[in-house]
Design a protein around this ligand. Structure first.
Ligand code: GTP
Ligand code: MG
Length: 195
């Protein structure tokens, strides 16, 4: 989809603030600093609409981006960020868990992992958890511009193996720098949201 119109509808910290619309929603999850906000910006053709930062822990609320009055991207705070206090982490955890398990409008989750590395224990737990709740998952291995293309296949197999992905489960190599994979990610979103 060519996106022209985007609004940050709400940065929510509690369920009663979520939009009251019935648009389909796609959430983005992954470790702090993996590139969730950067992926959001590429998908909506903006440079820094969703604020990005080289410091992990930038996104601290559930940010609902209204895309063309048709769907929402929900940018979720990253996990695995040590500097956030234990209390904060529990609060995030509860908010995210509640959103992912109870939100009827949620059509799918894009889980980002770093294309350069084997997924972490947190990544594996998140994937297993989403799968347990039968939430459709697209794995996006991002920052692939930092990996030579002759090892992309090897990285992809390692990620699939470590996450325990079923054969044929969707995974796309992506780069916010080169926009590699953008169209494929949109195809998956269109399918999930019934376009
Ligand atoms: P939190 O909001 O802290 O959870 O982080 P985030 O997952 O939203 O990450 P963000 O998009 O802010 O990106 C983190 C850093 O990685 C920034 O410095 C980005 O410029 C960089 N980055 C993101 N995606 C890519 C990519 O595809 N390639 C390269 N080379 N850098 C990237
Ligand atoms: Mg962010």
């Amino acid at each position: 989809m060519e996106v022209h119109n985007v609004n940050l509808t709400i940065s929510a910290v509690a369920a009663d603030q979520y939009p009251k619309t019935d648009y389909p929603e796609i959430a983005l999850v992954g470790r702090s600093n993996v590139g969730k906000s950067s992926l959001t910006n590429v998908l909506i053709n903006r440079r820094n609409f969703a604020h990005t930062s080289s410091q992990p822990g930038k996104t601290q609320t559930l940010n609902f981006y209204d895309v063309e009055d048709r769907l929402y991207f929900v940018d979720v705070p990253g996990y695995g960020y040590a500097k956030v206090s234990k209390k904060e982490r529990e609060r995030f955890g509860q908010m995210i868990e509640q959103y992912l398990t109870q939100r009827e409008q949620l059509c799918g989750v894009i889980q980002l992992v770093d294309a350069r590395h084997v997924p972490t224990a947190d990544d594996v737990s998140m994937y297993e958890w989403l799968d347990f709740y039968h939430i459709p998952i697209l794995v996006v291995a991002t920052k692939c511009d930092k990996v030579k293309s002759n090892v992309w296949n090897r990285q992809e197999s390692q990620i699939r193996k470590r996450l325990g992905m079923a054969p044929g489960a969707p995974l796309i190599l992506f780069s916010a720098t080169t926009k590699h994979g953008k169209d494929q990610v949109w195809q998956w979103i269109d399918k999930q949201t019934g376009m």
